[in-house]
Design a protein around this ligand. Structure first.
Ligand code: TPP
Ligand code: MG
Length: 343
């Protein structure tokens, strides 16, 4: 099943994204939320880049610049009670699921006021109060963890789903197939969301898969699947909303493949030697934030002044979060074993 604005973007140099005329009447709040979360994610990560370059953030991190619509559109289709599991590239997912931005910024700065008391960092962001059940530095576990959460929802008779984000690379892992099989045979209300940015580190999808249409991987598990333009936040939202309804009604799992592109490098140590400037520039023209802004202006529901206000407000939120993080204390040395579980 293909949603609006679908095209095959596995080719390395994509075409331009045609502007789809959306009627936003009565859906202004949705459009603003989608845009706001994308802007917050972009500005959050640009700040991280800056403070990392100053040596004020340690370790590494994986940015999702260019992929914001996939996270924003997907999470807008969820309720607060739905559970979400993110990947190593999880900032946009956590922000879009409603995590406290100050607490997440402080976490990545390693401060005691962080959502995980500064013990987790970029790849271990979690806050179960808003259904952010954890990012993960290992490729693939989100799928299996989401099966567990969905099993709990089903057993307790709760009206919610569990969702796992994962990349195209993860679909070649055993855990992808084991989780798809388990969810299918146990009829679990779980959404498997593949952010297909066509690369696993420096490896293009076509070098590791004969059939690069990842929706075909739902077929052996008798699972419904959708493929959508992951740079169009509204199309993503509509697709995931539909998938969520199917998952709850079954209950049954659904696979959604969101075609997108990572403008940023894989992690902080990426020389971009595996792809051309031409390819990156072609994708920059498909920027999901600029695209939604154009849709909002074209529909007439929003003026340039409205967009400027949203832009300004999101900048202020991020600046405030950075000030909060920098002013916060580091965790105490004697607390190093707190929240550590080992037998
Ligand atoms: C089990 C496992 N294998 C390998 C790695 C190293 N690794 C980290 S990210 C990554 C690429 C993952 O690609 P994809 O799933 O497409 O996600 P993307 O980084 O593109 O968002 C790899 C191989 C890992 N962290 N865990
Ligand atoms: Mg990938």
């Amino acid at each position: 099943m293909n949603a609006a604005n679908e095209e095959n973007t596995n080719g390395r140099i994509p075409g331009e994204m045609p502007l789809i005329p959306y009627d936003l009447t009565g859906r202004e709040e949705l459009a603003e939320t989608l845009l706001r979360n994308m802007l917050l994610t972009r500005k959050f990560e640009e700040s991280l880049q800056y403070y990392f370059s100053l040596g004020m953030i340690h370790g590494t991190m994986h940015l999702c610049i260019g992929e914001e619509a996939a996270y924003s559109g997907t999470c807008a289709a969820l309720t607060k009670d739905d559970d979400m599991f993110a990947t190593h590239r999880g900032h946009g997912a956590a922000i879009s699921k409603g995590i406290d931005i100050k607490g997440m910024m402080a976490e990545i700065f390693g401060r005691a006021t962080g959502v995980c008391k500064g013990h987790g960092g970029s790849m271990h962001i979690a806050d179960k109060d808003v259904g952010v059940l954890g990012a993960n530095g290992i490729v693939g576990p989100a799928l299996a963890l989401a099966c567990g959460a969905a099993f709990a929802h089903k057993t307790r008779g709760e009206n919610c789903v569990a969702l796992a984000f994962f990349g195209d690379g993860a679909t070649n892992e055993g855990i992808f197939h084991e989780s798809m099989n388990l969810a299918s045979i146990w009829n679990l209300p779980v959404l498997f969301i593949c952010t297909n940015n066509t690369y696993g580190m420096s490896t293009h999808i076509s070098r590791v898969m004969k059939d690069t249409d990842i929706t075909h991987r739902a077929i052996p598990y008798a699972m419904k699947s959708f493929r959508v333009n992951g740079n169009d936040a509204l199309a993503v939202y509509e697709t995931v909303k539909k998938a969520r309804e199917i998952a709850l009604a079954g209950p049954e799992p659904v696979l959604v493949v969101e075609d997108t592109y990572r403008i940023s490098g894989h992690s902080k140590s990426d020389g971009n030697l595996y792809r051309s400037k031409e390819e990156i520039n072609a994708w920059k023209k498909r920027d999901p934030i600029r695209y939604l802004e154009q849709v909002m202006l074209a529909d007439g529901s929003f003026t340039q002044e409205d967009l400027d206000r949203i832009d300004r407000e999101t900048t202020e939120t991020i600046e405030e979060a950075v000030r909060f993080a920098i002013d916060s204390p580091y965790p105490k040395l004697e607390d190093v074993y707190e929240d550590v579980y080992a037998e």
